[in-house]
Design a protein around this ligand. Structure first.
Ligand code: EPZ
Length: 429
């Protein structure tokens, strides 16, 4: 269901918000459950559209999947698994491509639609394909599908990723883990906390993976993975979004149920803007009573400043007391939110992968368009900062990444009305 958010500004957010489980940890772990030949129980899974798409994919493959009270149960039925994943499911969520490897390593071969591009970039999967080839799979790409067939057995494999790709790292981990007799090293691996969560899941099921969280991951393939249970880590991007929203509206609040050491780059940047932060074992407090000091932000793979918080930080810096720069080194064209922020009075110039944000006194409410889940979150923040009402069209994107988002913002004092419309939901990253 598509829809419009009517956001009333200027509202200073105050209060507490409980952070949900991480979408980007749950998705690869659900894909990895394909490898397990007993029931898998995954706790603290956020109730989001993307999770439901991944559930539908597992069901289409032949698993029994239940999703209630933030708990996903994946049960392997006795029937043979379906080794093809249709385009209409991959189109809805590109992370579904990552079922190719686990399905192929388990069944001998699999066929998954090639994901398309999206609003934040072309999003190729060449690192995934090259890595699977090195693991001994024959890969055919034709008619918009990728077919992987296990043809050989390799004793040891070394894969050097050209860029620390989160998806490629996760995809290759969840394939190599079940290749008994094969020792795999992934170098220049992504180091995000979601990678460590995936390693912990795989090892809990009997895998032999080590090094997640560093740039070198070693995997000793095993014959089988059992079932078991696992609790998903908190969502650092959701937490960061609310921290920025509270500071950007000159509010005072606390995000609870987080791992602050997953947010180091953001917290350091927010301190440089003049925000006051208090950090506890599983919470972060933030307060701000003025426009932010300008800062230079360099987006990089973890532990650098996260690309998924770049649009939200840009919204905050729109009213900075000076000129800020944002260099985007992960998705170099992730700036579709710039045009929308400009409609609200922001002064932003983009040159290549750099945005130059000249702070203005204030933003003013306007009709704007959400382009992806993080850009839409940025527009909600801008709407709360702005004077007057902001109408965010295509606002449904935000439901892909933020559990109970309207309730959580309302609890912080925000006035956001959701007006559903009947248009079909567009595909998304
Ligand atoms: C994951 O996407 C996240 N999605 C993204 O979050 C996040 O923005 C991204 O990692 C970076 O942190 C999930 O985890 C489901 P990448 P992913 O592979 O894996 C290039 C959100 O908002 N690349 O790390 O697709 C790619 O084009 C989403 O929750 C290749 O060139 O990101 C990009 O420039 C948005 N070839 C860079 O690497 C490849 O084969 C990093 O992409 C793969 C990637």
């Amino acid at each position: 269901m598509s829809g419009v958010f009517l956001v009333k500004g200027k509202t200073a957010l105050k209060g507490e918000v409980q952070i949900s489980g991480a979408k980007n940890a749950a998705l690869p772990i659900m894909a990895a459950s394909i490898l397990c030949d007993e029931e898998v129980v995954i706790e603290n899974v956020p109730k989001l559209l993307d999770i439901i798409v991944m559930k539908d994919i597992l069901v289409s493959i032949g698993f029994e999947v239940s999703f209630e009270d933030n708990r996903v149960r994946v049960k392997h039925t006795s029937s043979k698994l379906n080794t093809e994943v249709p385009y209409e499911l991959v189109r809805k969520m590109r992370a579904s491509f990552n079922v190719l490897g686990p399905l192929a390593v388990r069944m001998g071969q699999a066929k998954v639609a090639l994901p398309g591009g999206c609003s934040i970039g072309v999003r190729p999967v060449d690192f995934h394909i090259e890595g699977l080839r090195k693991l001994g799979f024959e890969i055919e790409v034709e008619h918009g599908f990728v077919k992987a067939t296990r043809v050989g057995r390799v004793d040891s494999v070394k894969i050097v990723l050209p860029f620390p790709s989160v998806g490629a790292t996760e995809h290759l981990m969840t394939t190599a883990v079940l290749m008994e007799g094969t020792f795999t090293v992934i170098e220049n691996a992504a180091m995000e906390p979601e990678i460590e969560d995936l390693q912990n899941f795989l090892n809990a099921m009997g895998g032999k993976v080590r090094g997640a969280g560093t740039s070198r991951i070693e995997i000793e393939g095993v014959k089988r993975l059992s079932g078991g249970s696992h609790k998903i880590i908190p969502d650092r991007i959701e937490a960061g979004t609310y921290l920025i929203a509270i500071a950007a509206t000159c509010g005072r609040g606390t995000v609870r149920g987080v791992k602050p050491d997953h947010l180091t780059a953001l917290l350091e940047t927010m301190r440089r803007t003049g925000a006051t932060l208090g950090v506890g074992e599983d919470f972060v407090e933030v307060s701000m009573d003025d426009r932010p000091s300008p800062v230079d932000v360099v987006v990089n793979p973890y532990p650098g400043f996260p690309t998924d918080l770049q649009p939200q930080m840009m919204a905050y810096l729109c009213v900075g007391k000076g000129v800020s720069t944002i260099i985007e080194n992960v998705f170099k064209t992730r700036f579709l939110h710039v045009g929308e922020l400009r409609r609200m009075g922001a002064n932003i110039e983009v040159s290549g992968n750099t945005a130059i944000v000249k702070g203005v006194e204030k933003l003013s409410g306007a009709p704007v368009l959400g382009t992806d889940l993080r850009a839409t979150a940025a527009l909600v923040i801008a709407g709360l900062m702005a004077e007057g009402q902001t109408e965010i069209h295509e606002a449904h994107h935000i439901f892909r990444g933020y559990e109970n988002v309207l309730e959580k913002f309302a609890k912080l004092g925000a006035n956001i009305e959701y007006v559903p419309t009947s248009e079909e939901v567009e595909s998304d990253p």
